[in-house]
Design a protein around this ligand. Structure first.
Ligand code: SF4
Length: 398
């Protein structure tokens, strides 16, 4: 008994001590929290703003890759994250960086990745063009089989604005929905092998010249033979084509002919979209990437600066002279960064020096046209298609 009473007293003392310790650490935490600067309501703290607007590339994987479109995502700090039309109109910008006949690079700023991707998909699959769909082969003695030749013809871009034509669907081929080309090439017996190129395709504004085998023709009727198209007038009577004949992209090799070989055919082009077949896609490619942002987190000087410059395969960094024989690395061409992560490889110290980021709402968009329509027209057509889709959704909902 005598030994139990003191032990009880010791336990109680320990409990009191630990309570007072808890109390002191609680007070410290409370003081720490009280001393924290107020987070202004309606504004995100810097680290949340960083996570919202930037994706950061670490040596092993990127972080903060998601985009929060949920309006209540930051409700606890009073920040309204909803998509608002007035905000969008104020902040959205398009800046053309490069424009040629074939391709275009432009910046889309203030847009969500889902919308940028919608433009990419519409450009590839939904902006219509004209492409060869039917090939009527009268003679082909070349080494390229009829099917392969037809497939190659289908992929040749036709330089014509598809907005002047209608979809053929199940209608009879007419001057408003079909373009007819003729190809007739022969390699003479005593000449060397010759290449057949797309330039040899000749537009037939009056439509097909191949007669349809019909009962009339079999019976020897004297009426004008029917052909594979029913043109009521010549296409070159339309103002759009009167001074501008329809042509295809030049210098695409279709086949090679040996001495004595011949190809005679008619190719009928109709309007279609890339989601039916890639031959109707108006772009060789349409793609985007987020704007790279590279920040040096500390001064990178002397030999380390030289090493950093050497690490980058696309020459993003420069070295400046800061006097007293010292050199410092600078970020000179961040837009060229391919995010290969070479500069942050080789140890934690490199990740502490360089921060690689992507700006989540700034897209560098590139459109490479096949040649049917100029790239800037393709983009405006894609905008119109997206607009039509939105109007259809609104009409469905109202
Ligand atoms: S990620 Fe690659 S391309 Fe970009 S700065 Fe670093 S080394 Fe250069």
């Amino acid at each position: 008994m005598a030994s139990r009473i003191p032990r009880a007293e010791t336990e109680s003392e320990t409990e009191t001590e630990s309570e007072s310790l808890d109390e002191s650490s609680q007070n410290q935490i409370l003081k720490f929290l009280q001393d924290l600067p107020d987070v202004p309501m309606g504004k995100l703290s810097p680290h949340l703003e960083f996570q919202r607007t930037r994706c950061e590339l670490k040596a092993d994987a990127p972080i903060h890759t998601d985009t929060l479109q949920y309006s209540g995502a930051y409700a606890s700090v009073g920040y309204d994250n909803s998509t608002r039309l007035d905000n969008f109109c104020d902040n959205f910008k398009v800046k053309v960086i490069r424009l040629t006949e074939e391709d275009m690079e432009f910046d889309m700023i203030g847009i969500d990745p889902a919308l940028a991707n919608a433009f990419r998909r519409i450009l590839i699959a939904e902006v219509p063009t004209m492409a060869i769909e039917k090939v009527l082969i009268a003679n082909n003695t070349s080494i390229v089989q009829d099917e392969v030749l037809s497939h190659r013809l289908g992929l040749i871009p036709i330089k014509v604005d598809p907005r002047w034509f209608e979809y053929a669907e199940n209608n009879t081929p007419n001057e408003k929905n079909t373009i007819v080309f003729k190809l007739h090439v022969r390699c003479a017996k005593d000449t060397p092998r010759t290449s057949v190129k797309s330039n040899e395709l000749k537009w037939l504004p009056h439509g097909s010249e191949f007669p349809l085998i019909s009962e009339d023709s079999k019976s020897g009727s004297s009426s004008k033979p029917r052909t594979y198209t029913s043109f009521s007038c010549s296409q070159d009577s339309f103002p759009e084509f009167s001074n501008k004949p329809i042509t295809t992209m030049e210098n695409i090799i279709l086949s090679k002919l040996g001495p004595g070989q011949e190809i005679e055919l008619e190719a009928h082009a109709v309007k279609g979209v890339g989601k039916t077949h890639a031959k109707w896609s108006p772009v060789a490619t349409a793609w985007y990437r987020m704007l790279p942002e590279i920040v040096l987190l500390q001064n990178v000087e002397d030999e380390v600066a030289v090493e950093l410059k050497k690490k980058c395969p696309v020459n993003v960094f420069d070295i400046e002279d800061i006097g007293n024989g010292k050199k410092r690395a600078t970020v000179a061409r961040p837009r060229d960064c391919t995010h290969c992560r070479e500069c942050i490889g080789g140890g934690k110290e490199w990740e502490d020096r360089v921060s690689l980021r992507r700006v989540k709402n700034h897209f560098i968009f590139t459109i490479e046209s096949t040649g049917a329509l100029p790239p800037e027209t393709l983009f405006t057509e894609a905008v119109k298609i997206l607009e039509d889709k939105c109007e259809r959704v609104i009409a469905e909902l109202s």
